[in-house]
Design a binder for this molecule. Structure first.
Ligand SMILES: [Zn+2]
Length: 128
């Protein structure tokens, strides 16, 4: 499927092993990209009260990400233990995010309320 294809990242000559968002990547860049995007999506890493936007497209990405990571882990030769561990990590993280984004936790709602609480806003205005 990826024969003769090389990684889509500039200046990388690595053989493509996985695609993400219609682009082909070598193993290391695929892993980097997954981490980068999962980090960006993870609501736990966001500032308080910021809802992740475009939930459906995020879910599609997370699904694709975990499916590809699984495919690579199962079918890719030339894969070392560190890379295998990172793929597993991506799979677990994606699974967690999928649940988090499907069931918005009370935490989200609470932090949204806080953000619009006029008393807190006034307090904040006084102190900063
Ligand atoms: Zn690459």
């Amino acid at each position: 499927m990826f024969e003769d294809k090389i990684c889509a990242v500039d200046f990388c000559e690595g053989a493509a092993v996985a695609s993400l968002a219609q682009q082909d990547f070598c193993l290391n860049h695929f892993i980097d990209l997954c981490y980068e995007n999962l980090q960006r999506i993870d609501p736990r890493g966001q500032k308080r009260g910021r809802m992740p936007l475009e939930l459906p497209s995020l879910r599609v990405f997370i699904e694709e990400c975990s499916r590809r990571a699984l495919e690579v882990a199962l079918h890719c030769d030339n894969i070392d233990n560190l890379q295998r561990g990172r793929l597993l990590d991506i799979l677990l993280w994606a699974g967690e995010l999928f649940l988090l984004l499907r069931v918005p936790s009370r935490g989200f709602a609470d932090s949204l309320l806080e953000e619009h609480d006029p008393v807190l806003t006034r307090l904040a205005a006084r102190h900063f």
